[in-house]
Design a protein around this ligand. Sequence first.
Ligand code: Z5A
Length: 211
Amino acid sequence: MTTRGKFITLEGGEGAGKSTLLAGLRAHLLARGVELVQTREPGGTPLGEAIRAIVLDPALHGMSGESELLLMFASRAQLVRECIEPALAEGKWVLCDRFADASYAYQGGGRGMPVERIAMLERWATDGLAPDLTLLLDLPVATGRARAAGRGEADRIEVEADAFFERVRAAYRARAAAEPARFRVIDASRSPAQVLQAAIDATGHLFGAVA
Ligand code: Z5A
């Protein structure tokens, strides 16, 4: 019988270093012989990437918080069914750049959408799927925004004020504190090499099931 794969998600504010860490972590896991699928949210499927283009389009500044929330979960519902669940069932590990915690942080913390509504959508869209491990890259908002600056035109969410991103950060930290068994909070103000090492250390316990 195939052993189910592990599901790892990366979370954090703007410019936290998720993409940088993903490259290093992916290389580490492949070197350990893990069969891996890497994906992202919003996006990761043809439908999800089309939704991503919509939710990040700066021209669509009139989008309501409700519409934004539903679009994030539409992308997620597709990703779970088309990509994540099949991969895990085949024994592959899945590395995902953001997942449901991002909706609690951005739409819940940032936009003030009610948590119960997000939880209801999560149950529906993910069918109970939760990460085995979530790496939260935590750093001050100003540091992340400075890192992300100069990448060209800001997307529809990046144009939000610092106060929005402070609420996002607080919501992420609250979720990590509420679920310490699933989350590992990594100080993302350290060097890329130190952040990668912390992530590698955090994945160690997942290898029990790998031959
Ligand atoms: N969103 C949402 O609202 N609700 C949801 O449910 C979901 C998402 C799933 C797109 O996400 C947007 O969607 C996002 C949340 C929202 N909006 N915002 N803001 P995304 O993950 O695709 O985009 P992002 O958050 O804007 O990621 P990013 O800014 O591309 O950052 P990153 O991937 O975390 O960082 P990076 O590209 O690795 O690094 C940024 C720069 O810092 C780069 O120059 C690196 O070389 C540098 N860097 C990286 N690590 C370090 C360290 N350790 N030290 C110094 N410099 C570093």
